[in-house]
Design a protein around this ligand. Structure first.
Ligand SMILES: [Mg+2]
Length: 379
């Protein structure tokens, strides 16, 4: 087994070297990778961090001004790699739960960081749930592997860096005055995402339409309980230039949702209904598409599998986020060249970002050339 692994490492490193000839990017030598694998050990560490939100954030079910996150690092043979768990309170994870989960992980027993499938399966088996804490390990491990290969993940996955989508900018439920102000502030963005699901839905849309006619997508966060009401609302929204509707009904309302999607003049996306890979299969015939988020599914590896399955089923895909630093946003952004819609504004909603990474430039998700997930720690 050991010699097989060394051979694999030699081969993958040589292939990486061959593909990079002429690009001027220096790669670790074959010897470096093999030596690292034989002697170095991965060490995971983590620290709690609290994101300060620029505006009070209100959705159909809650309001808040901060988001707890856990920042992870994996050290390996002189390299430091970064990850993050974002834990909005309504999802049930916290600094305490993440700390308890991460304390149980011993990465030093794995000799080869490239064995993502084995290592992450091992991490997953420690306890059920904890998707954000698991994502924090998954992201740091992907960052490490990318750094060892000296390649950004969009290259490892074979995605076109230039094919990234525009990101939507989220406008939460608020007063007419604040909604108008936020719409004006979002001038840079080509598409707006509006939170609906309370009795202010029409006011929200009409207020935005009094400022701009750019495309809008809406997220109802399970707020509509009656399917006929939902269908009427979607017809009205289509006339107002809305392009899709996210999680219009409660996640348990599967039959009603299938009924609605069949009749809806706009694509429907499942978000709260969709956690991991198995949910993509269940969403087929119920929603037009799925909203993939690293913090729901446990990280980049599962998200990539979900993306491929959804595509193979002919479903649409959007890529979402929580409020999170540019660490988790950058990790997700490597999938963005393959999705229909991106909602990766999470780092723009906070005032104390701890990383520099993928940026939103003129509304578009803009990937860096850096290896791994492409981040630099700034705080
Ligand atoms: Mg949503």
């Amino acid at each position: 087994m050991k010699s097989d692994r060394r051979d694999f490492l030699k081969t993958s490193s040589l292939l990486a070297s061959a593909s990079m000839i002429g690009t001027g990017i220096s790669l670790p030598s074959t010897d470096t990778l093999v030596r690292a694998t034989k002697h170095a050990r991965m060490k995971l560490s983590f620290r709690p961090y609290t994101l300060e939100l620029k505006h009070v954030f209100t959705i159909a079910t809650s309001s808040r001004t901060t988001t707890p996150v856990m920042l992870t690092e994996i050290e390996y043979d002189g390299i430091t790699a970064f990850g993050e768990a974002s834990m909005p309170p309504y999802l049930g994870e916290s600094h305490e739960t993440a700390s308890a989960f991460l304390s149980k992980i011993d990465l030093s027993k794995h000799e080869n960081p490239f064995e993502l499938e084995t290592i992450l399966k091992d991490v997953d088996a420690i306890a059920p749930g904890n998707p954000a804490a698991k994502a924090a390990v998954d992201i740091a491990l992907h960052d490490l592997v990318g750094r060892l290969l000296n390649q950004p993940w969009y290259n490892v996955w074979g995605f076109d860096k230039q094919a990234t989508p525009y990101t939507s900018f989220t406008i939460g439920i608020d007063t007419e005055e604040v909604v108008r102000q936020k719409t004006r502030e979002a001038e840079e963005f080509k598409i707006l995402k509006v939170k609906l699901g309370r009795d202010t839905d029409k006011m929200m849309i009409e207020t935005i339409r009094s400022v701009t006619d750019k495309p809008i997508c809406v997220d109802v966060n399970q707020g509509w309980k009656d399917r006929s009401f939902a269908l009427d609302a979607i017809h009205w929204l289509k006339e107002k230039g809305v392009v899709f509707v996210e999680q219009p009904m409660p996640k348990e309302s599967i039959d009603d949702m299938a009924w609605l999607t069949e009749r809806s003049p706009l694509p429907t996306f499942g978000d709260e209904s969709i956690q991991g890979l198995a949910d993509v299969k269940k969403a087929y015939g119920v929603y037009s598409g799925v909203n993939i988020k690293l913090m729901k599914c446990g990280g980049m590896r599962e998200a990539h599998k979900m993306l491929m399955l959804a595509r193979s089923l002919g479903m649409k895909v959007m890529l979402g986020c929580m409020t999170e630093t540019s660490c988790a946003i950058s990790a997700a952004s490597h999938l963005s060249p393959m999705v229909d819609f991106a909602d990766l504004d999470g780092a723009l909603l906070i005032s104390n970002d701890a990383f520099d990474g993928t940026k939103i430039i003129d509304g578009r998700v803009t990937l860096t050339d850096r290896p791994g997930i492409g981040v630099k720690k700034i705080r």
